[in-house]
Design a binder for this molecule. Sequence first.
Ligand code: DDQ
Ligand code: CA
Length: 266
Amino acid sequence: MRTPTTLLPLFALTAAFQCNPPTRPVPDAGSGSQEPVRRVARIINSYPHATNAFTQGLVFHKGHLFESTGHQGTLRQLSLETAQPVWMERLGNIFAEGLASDGERLYQLTWTEGLLFTWSGMPPQRERTTRYPGEGWGLCFWEGKLVRSDGSALLTFHTPEDFTQVGSVEVTLRGQPVELINELECANGVIYANIWHSSDVLEIDPATGTVVGVIDASELTRAVAGQVTSHEAVLNGIAVEPGTGRIFMTGKLWPRIFEVRLDLVE
Ligand code: DDQ
Ligand code: CA
C-alpha cells in the first residue's frame, strides 16, 4: 500500500504539467465559441408599475406601451405617469405570456393553453385565436417572423398569419445551451432576452442563437428588493421604444418600470 502514496505526488505533478498550458491561457481555445461583450444596465429613469401585474410581455405598439400579464391574464396599455393601466382587457382564467407587435397587430402568447391571440385596432380588439403546440413564454417580431421562447434554450420562428413554425435556433453562450429563456425584445439587430429567475439579460444573434452580449441588470433587482415579497417577482419585461431607442425594463409584480442605459464593461 505504500507504493501508490509515494507515487502520487509524482503523478499529480506530471498530470498538472500535462493539463495546464505552460504559458498564458488562450481564451476559447479550440471550442469555436464566442466571448460575449459585457454590459451593465444603469437606471436613468423610473416610473410607476402596477404591483398586481405579473409581467410576461412588454412592447411598444403604435406609439404606446403595452403589457401582457400572467395568472388571470390581461392585455393592458400603460402610461408612464401612473401604475393604473390606460386601458385593459381581462382574459379570465388564461395565463397570458409574451407580447409582440408587427406595427399593425399585437400577438399574445399563453403559457400552457396553446393559444395565440391576435389583436388589431386601437384600442386593440381580439381578432383571431390560433392554436399551437408547446409552451409560450416570450415573443418578439423580427424580420417578418414572430420569435417564441418556451422555457428551453430554443427560439422558434413563426409566421404571423397562422403561427406556422418556419425555423428555430438554439441559444448558446460560449458554445453551451442556455435554458429558461423568457421575455424577448427584438431590437438593435439582436434579441434581448430575460432568463427566468436571473438578473442577466442576454443579447442574442437572431440568425445563429449565439449570445453576443450579457447585460448585468442586477441594479434593477437591487432597487426593488425591499419592495417585493413574492419569490416569483423576478426581472421580466423588456421594451425598446422605436424611434427614440429608449430601453425599459421591469419585473413581475414590481412597483417600478425602469428606463435604463446600457454601459459597456471594459
Ligand atoms: N413562466 O413565466 C416562467 C412561463 C411562468 C412563471 C409562473 C410562475 C408562477 C407559478 C404559479 C403557477 C400557478 C398557475
Ligand atoms: Ca418585449
